[in-house]
Design a protein around this ligand. Structure first.
Ligand SMILES: O=C(O)CCC(=O)C(=O)O
Ligand SMILES: [Fe+2]
Length: 344
């Protein structure tokens, strides 16, 4: 699962002293229309390929890892500096690679689940293809036609009620208006979401639209209990990401900074917490309820590339999420008082 990071060495690529089973291949990759599986298929003519990974963020340089050094040498000798008919006629520039151990690796070896059932957090549900591609395009066009608020690293829009990032709460006395009509079909579909017994009471009235550029995530947080009711729906559009969930021991969670934009994810030296992660593809709808909503922190790592089941997945030009919630008007009375700001 770990993505080894490699770099191009300075040595002469042909010298046998520098040979390794790992090749640094320039001028091919997803950015020039060549997928990692297509690259793996071509290099597999020379021996067993263990993996193809991005060499950097350009999308046009990859690392090909063979099992055997002799396979890497054969591939280098056959493919370097010549147009490759099987890869769109591109001329590949190939070197032996070396490991660069100091660079942190995406996901820190955390296995990423594809489904909520695999993740096994009570109250967490994920539905794929909740909207279709046309609906996704329309939703994005609607928000792009409206003004964005710039935060430090991402842009947001609020509907229904403004969310205040300093207090992590909403001013219930100041309603901006109804949710906009361009999300009506999404809200209607949410009311048919399985596993939400009291959905009839949900009457969602707050929407936050987040736009994340590549490499930007969201620090670990629990949406303030006293601010929002128990069902939180988040629709992913445009690009994918992974979402990590952390369950900190009772009695420690409130020591963490309260702003979701504070960089606390690496400052927590208490490693005594459970970690799980799920892949959120575009057009999927995530529901946080029960324990998933009230107890587990959710977190979007600040990655440009996520490792998901041995594939490296690029975040895309942007990810836009629509988070639907219901503003709470009475104190929270959840079953998790240790995690609840209303019951502290
Ligand atoms: O982008 C997302 O899917 C989650 C956003 C979120 O957690 C929040 O706004 O509180
Ligand atoms: Fe959140």
């Amino acid at each position: 699962m770990e993505l080894p990071r490699f770099s191009r060495p300075n040595q002469d690529y042909g010298s046998s002293s520098s040979s390794t089973p790992i090749l640094y291949v320039a001028n091919c990759g997803p950015a020039v229309g060549i997928s990692h599986p297509a690259i793996a298929a071509v290099f597999a003519h020379f021996g067993h390929v263990k993996g193809v990974h991005p060499a950097d963020d350009t999308g046009a340089r990859v690392i090909v890892c063979f099992s055997e050094e002799s396979s890497a040498r054969a591939a280098l000798e056959a493919l370097h500096g010549r147009p490759c008919p099987l890869l769109g006629g591109r001329t590949l520039h190939i070197r032996y690679s070396i490991t660069r151990p100091s660079i942190s690796q995406p996901n820190d070896s955390l296995s990423v689940s594809l489904s909520a059932s695999e993740l096994d957090i009570p109250g967490l549900f994920l539905l794929h293809d909740f909207v279709n591609a046309k609906e996704e395009e329309d939703l994005l066009r609607e928000v792009d036609a409206r003004p964005w608020n710039n935060l430090a690293k991402r842009r947001v829009q609020h509907y229904g009620y403004e969310f205040c990032y300093q207090t992590r709460n909403v001013n219930t006395k100041h309603q901006l208006g109804e949710l906009p009509s361009f999300v009506s079909h999404v809200v209607d579909r949410i009311s048919m979401f399985p596993n939400t017994e009291d959905i009839a009471d949900a009457s969602l009235d707050q929407l936050t639209v987040n736009e994340y550029p590549p490499g930007v995530g969201l620090s670990p947080h629990i949406d303030t209990h006293s601010a929002f009711e128990g069902l939180i729906f988040s629709l992913s559009l445009a690009g994918p990401c992974i979402m990590e969930f952390r369950r900190y021991p009772e009695g420690t969670w409130h020591k963490f900074p309260s702003s979701i934009d504070l960089k606390m994810e690496n400052s927590v030296n208490d490693s005594n917490y459970l970690r799980k992660a799920i892949y959120l593809p575009p057009r999927s709808m995530l529901l946080l309820s029960g324990e998933a909503r009230y107890v587990w922190h959710h977190y979007i790592p600040h990655h440009k590339i996520d490792m998901v089941k041995d594939s490296s997945i690029r975040r895309g030009r942007r990810r836009v999420s629509f988070t639907f919630r219901k503003v709470r008007t009475d104190p929270c009375q959840c079953k998790f008082p240790h995690y609840c700001d209303s019951q502290r």
